[in-house]
Design a protein around this ligand. Structure first.
Ligand SMILES: C[S@@+](CC[C@H](N)C(=O)[O-])C[C@H]1O[C@@H](n2cnc3c(N)ncnc32)[C@H](O)[C@@H]1O
Length: 281
């Protein structure tokens, strides 16, 4: 069997199960099996696949048939300018979160040596992307999940950033030492009883800890805002990814804790996605 034949066969199988982008998924998975770039695969479609490669590819296709996200099958996700290791213990970094990275970088003068805290760091994608752009900054990433911290540490190592950042397992509610120039966070913000309405690949595979914002969607955000009012230096900034519908509630919490709302950034679908605020006192 050659590459094009096995691709066609598996694309049909995924299509039958209504999996979106079946062709792309199959090409990505076959490239992973062959350890080649997709471009190479697409220009060598008449090459023969060997038995070992075929068996591994079928294994991957079977996982995808059960709706497992491609990023977990291949073990990485491209975010900002880098590939991040991911596994079932971390949220797969989303393109929307690049808005938060962009906004954070815009708030750090180029040669400044800010101390940054990233709350709910997951794969470390936010903190590490920011540190790549601001070479004199240092960062701490915390996450309630110890398994997520292992992934973040691995990503720091492969990006040669381990000397400028530390990752700790901690609940934001228990952090009280140190002062930071800037805090970033993409906290969990899905309302608990709405999790069941998410896409199958999200609700069945991504960690609940990364999604569950409690009964009102803002339980972790509340802890984050309360703690950040202590952890941030005066005039320090906090940049948070939010869910559009929670904006009003979050604004109220921020004002109550003496934050000035400097900017709200929209995503490509014109929804409010990111808040930049300043700690006033
Ligand atoms: C939406 S994910 C974001 C992951 C990553 N920062 C990203 O943007 O891809 C939220 C993360 O917050 C962590 N988390 C949930 N509750 C937390 C808490 N109370 N304290 C610290 N981290 C928490 C979860 O384990 C998860 O990794």
């Amino acid at each position: 069997m050659n590459y094009i034949e096995i691709l066609n066969k598996s694309q049909k199988e995924l299509k039958k199960l209504k999996i979106p982008s079946p062709s792309l998924d199959c090409e990505i998975l076959l490239s992973k099996v062959l350890n080649v770039k997709r471009e190479y695969l697409l220009t060598h479609l008449d090459k023969k696949i060997n038995e070992e490669e075929k068996n591994l590819f079928i294994k991957y296709i079977n996982r995808r048939k059960k709706k497992e996200p491609i990023a977990y099958i291949v073990g990485y996700k491209e975010f900002w300018k880098y590939n991040f290791k991911v596994n079932k213990n971390v949220l797969i970094p989303r393109p929307d979160t690049e808005i938060l990275v962009e906004e954070t970088i815009a708030n750090i003068p180029i040669n400044s040596s800010f101390r940054i805290l990233d709350v709910g760091t997951g794969s470390g994608c936010i903190l590490l992307s920011v540190l790549q752009e601001r070479k004199k900054c240092l960062g701490i990433g915390i996450d309630i999940s110890n398994q997520a911290i292992k992934v973040a540490k691995y990503n720091a190592k492969i990006q040669h950033l381990e000397n400028r950042c530390k990752f700790y397992q901690a609940d934001i509610d228990n952090i009280c030492s140190s002062k930071y120039d800037l805090i970033t966070s993409n906290p969990p913000y899905i309302i608990k009883n709405k999790i069941r309405n998410l896409e199958e690949d999200v609700k069945s595979f991504e960690p609940k800890l990364a999604l569950d914002g409690g009964n009102d969607g803002i339980s972790v955000i509340k802890l984050l805002i309360n703690k950040s009012s202590i952890l941030l230096k005066k005039n320090g900034k906090m940049i948070i990814e939010i869910e559009n519908k929670l904006l009003f509630k979050i604004k109220k919490l921020l004002i109550k804790k003496n934050f000035y709302l400097e900017k709200i950034t929209k995503d490509l679908t014109n929804r409010n996605r990111c808040i930049t605020c300043i700690k006033l006192v």
